[in-house]
Design a protein around this ligand. Structure first.
Ligand code: UN1
Length: 477
């Protein structure tokens, strides 16, 4: 089996590897991936630190060319990389290819941004003095990514980090090293100088911890669990470094009496169950007004009945497997908890067998749930959603906002008045009208409020806020 190594200071290193297993078929091993030690992480940080002075002053055309070449190669290999993604993570092939295209588009966007760096020239309040406001790179950026978007999230952190002149130590999720290895390989071959981007695959408790403890990392961007996010925050405050956190969600999707039923059902099924519900933007709380409630639940059950849950790589599969046994246990535990709490399991929720050994779960829909139940308060991160019945729009909005999280929020309605009011009053970073809560564009800001996120937004032009630091220079004329 080929060993995929870590990239440290421009050299591929590492001897023993861990198997990357396909969740659709646990007999299928994708490859061996090296596991970095704490010393490897320190070597990677030292390499990024050494590479920073030159890269931070590198020519814009050099940065543009490397990012563009990377975008072009990712897009040219979209079918192969999308297949690798689906094979290691378990989302369907269409979703895997779609995510790969998105990663290519992100590199393309930041290739362009490298040529659009700008500042401001402002007169001083004092005579004969000029003020220039410019953005400079932050330094060594630590990037820690989750397993559920194996190529898009690494892309949307690595591309802006490099575009603005930072050097990088990158630790992907242990479960899905394949796509991360592939994009680092592409960037390396595209001509990145030694040490500008270092890949350290391995355990959070070893590699991630070494990154958190290092005084030589000036910024950490993290997407993952609330618990780990809190540790990143505490360690970063200790080291006076910048940090950006993207954590959980318990996103509401409101369905009003005046909604178009087909639009509401399509958006709700996508929000709750596509990508096997494993998106921080997924909706697991379907908040439905009483006039449409029964019709909505019946239409959901019918639509769910038509969903094909099977091998992610098979044509015709709508929902792939859960990512691993640990996540599957968490999903089934919550399905039991929901029933114990008194919600009604209206559809699905059972383990299913397919031709190959994999982690297959029939998407589950609860009805008669309340917003106080654990299934409505805690992030499950699986294909499990709960319908909460409410009287009217005002109650729907109150329930939607009654959560510790605030990433995404959706509404299905034909009322301009309610749509407008919801956009203004939903306590979330992103609001979707007649659209799923998940599935975002690559060129506009991404992020949330309350317990979901911390720090400035990711993606698009707004990414500059995190990956640069502002300098204000005064000159006597
Ligand atoms: C999307 O919904 O298209 O981890 C993106 C996540 C998010 C990305 C969601 N950071 O699910």
């Amino acid at each position: 089996m080929t060993l995929h190594q870590n990239l440290i200071a421009g050299e591929w290193v590492g001897t023993d590897g861990v198997a990357n297993v396909n969740p659709s078929n646990t007999n299928d091993v994708i490859g061996d991936y090296a596991r970095a030690s704490a010393d490897d992480a320190l070597a990677a940080i030292a390499a990024a630190k050494a590479a920073f002075p030159a890269w931070s002053r590198s020519g814009l055309l050099e940065r543009h060319a490397i990012l563009k070449k990377t975008a072009d190669e990712i897009l040219a290999r979209k079918d192969e990389l999308g297949r690798l993604l689906s094979r290691e993570e378990g989302k369907t092939l269409a979703e895997g290819i779609g995510e790969t295209v998105r990663a290519g588009q992100i590199f393309d966007f930041f290739a362009g941004e490298a040529l659009r760096l700008a500042g401001e020239v402002i007169p001083s309040v004092r005579p004969n003095i000029g003020v220039e406001i410019t953005r400079e790179p932050v330094g060594v950026v630590g990037i820690i990514t989750p397993w559920n978007f194996p190529i898009a999230i690494p892309a949307w952190k690595i591309a802006p980090a490099l575009c603005y002149g930072n050097t990088v130590v990158f630790k992907p999720a242990e479960l899905v090293p394949g796509c991360s290895w592939a994009i680092v390989d592409i960037l390396h071959r595209a001509g990145l100088p030694k040490g500008v981007l270092n890949l350290v695959m391995g355990k959070g408790s070893v590699v991630g911890q070494a990154m958190l403890d290092s005084p030589d990392i000036q910024a950490i961007t993290f997407t993952g669990s609330v618990g780990t996010g809190k540790r990143v925050a505490a360690a970063s405050v200790e080291h006076n470094r910048k940090f950006q956190l993207e954590m959980g969600g318990k996103n509401p999707f409101v369905v009003l009496d005046d909604a178009e039923l087909a639009v509401a059902v399509e958006a709700a099924v996508n929000s709750a169950f596509f990508s096997t519900g494993q998106r921080c933007t997924a909706s697991s709380r379907l908040i439905v007004t009483e006039g449409i409630h029964d019709r909505f639940v019946a239409a959901m059950a019918e639509r769910m009945n038509g969903l094909v849950v099977d091998d992610a790589l098979k044509a015709g599969t709508h929902i792939g497997p859960v990512v691993d046994q640990g996540q599957l246990n968490q999903d089934t535990d919550y399905i039991a908890i929901g029933q114990q709490e008194g919600a009604k399991l209206a559809f699905g929720g059972e383990l299913i067998a397919r031709d190959t050994p994999g982690f297959y779960l029939q998407p589950a829909l609860f009805t008669e749930a309340t917003n106080q139940m654990r299934i409505a308060r805690e992030e499950i991160f699986g294909p499990v959603a709960a319908v909460i019945r409410v009287k009217d729009y005002d109650e729907a909005l109150a329930v939607a906002n009654d959560t510790p999280f605030g990433l995404s929020s959706g509404i299905a309605t034909t009322s301009l008045k309610h749509a407008t009011h919801f956009k203004r009053n939903a306590e979330a970073g992103m609001v979707m009208v007649n659209l799923p809560t998940a599935g975002v564009d690559f060129h506009v800001p991404f992020g949330g409020r309350k317990g979901s996120s911390y720090g400035s937004r990711e993606q698009g032009k707004y990414a500059a806020e995190f990956y640069t630091t502002v300098k204000t220079a005064y000159t006597l004329a």
